[in-house]
Design a protein around this ligand. Structure first.
Ligand code: NAP
Ligand code: GCO
Length: 280
């Protein structure tokens, strides 16, 4: 049987840049891309994290280029792109993954704390996208994938800056699509639900008495799958959006949330924790 259609999901010959990819979702995207044929370049905020990421990639047999680069600093980004492309070739795929969150009631959040979140989660993707778009235009094609969130659609207490950034990132995704789609550049976003990574670990920590974190119980009551997502759950969508198979998809946020956005939820008291899978 002819299986040539599958080559549409291959990233052979492509170079992918995943920002903030020393661990968590960024590392998962990079592994999926590498196993789909791509060359990997990544940055992180400090050398310790870059070294941590490099060790992980080496363990997995992935010959990645890694360097320190703060996505909020345009000079560092431009220098990173120059070095990364010298090492691994022109960047065909950018995943704007780097992010921070500050869980602080808005009335207690300082303007500096607000600006820190907006800078990393929204201005960073602007700076990194701006750095790779000229080359993509010249080569008549490219993929930009942004890290949106449930907070691109929903609010909740204590995450005002993060929600504003992720909502803005949804519109930046649509605008890059609108402005550069004519050059065969697709800009889409992954909208993960609640995924078990270090970023959400504080929301899953067991209580002093060994009971579930209230937010853990809450989010399971809002998720039809009654579980947190795993980084593996997102790898297929990332490869799809980075591959030729998605060349006519543009400006979309694709949510991968276990059904949260479709479900009104149930009384957390009705959940049976004995049925739950163990989280990482
Ligand atoms: P994460 O904890 O958000 O960290 C991502 C990486 O980015 C970390 O290595 C982080 O370093 C790095 N970083 C932070 N600021 C940076 C900067 N200025 N320049 C370069 N790198 C920087 O990881 P995650 O949970 O895997 O999430 C990845 C992305 O998906 C984020 O954008 C997040 O908002 C989004 N997301 C996550 C979830 C989830 O449930 N986990 C759901 C939806 C969306 P540090 O360790 O020093 O912070
Ligand atoms: C929070 C969580 C979320 C997740 C993710 C959900 O405090 O509510 O950190 O923001 O990280 O963005 O999609």
């Amino acid at each position: 049987m002819d299986t040539s259609f599958l080559k549409n999901f291959s990233l052979e010959g492509k170079t992918a840049w995943i920002t903030g990819a020393s661990y968590g979702l960024g590392l998962a995207y990079a592994i999926a891309f590498a196993q789909s044929g791509a060359k990997i370049v990544f940055n992180d905020i400090n050398q310790e994290l870059v070294d941590k990421g490099m060790a992980e990639y080496e363990k997995l047999g992935i010959d990645a280029f890694g360097a320190v680069c703060d996505v909020t600093k345009e000079d560092q980004v431009l220098d990173f792109v120059k070095k990364a492309e010298a090492a691994k070739g022109p960047i065909d795929i950018l995943v704007n993954n780097a992010g921070i969150i500050k869980r602080i009631p808005m009335t207690e959040m300082t303007v500096d704390q607000w600006n820190q979140v907006i800078d990393v989660d929204l201005t960073g993707p602007f700076i990194c996208s701006k750095a790779v778009l000229p080359g993509m235009i010249e080569r008549k094609g490219g993929k930009i994938i942004n890290a949106c969130s449930m907070m691109s659609e929903l609010g909740r207490e204590t995450v005002s800056a993060y929600a504003a950034a992720k909502g803005g990132l949804k519109m930046l995704t649509k605008n890059i699509c609108s402005e550069y789609g004519q050059f065969n550049i697709q800009c889409n976003a992954i909208g993960p639900g609640y995924i078990a990574t270090p970023q959400t670990a504080p929301l899953r920590e067991k209580q002093a008495d060994g009971s579930m974190h209230p937010f853990d119980r809450f989010i399971r009551s809002k998720t039809p799958a009654q579980r947190w997502g795993k980084t593996e759950d997102l790898m297929g969508l990332a490869v799809f959006l980075a591959s030729p198979a998605s060349d006519f998809i543009n400006g979309q946020v694709i949510y991968i949330d276990g059904g949260i956005l479709a479900y009104i939820g149930q009384d957390p008291g009705n959940l049976d924790p004995s049925k739950f899978e163990d989280e990482e």
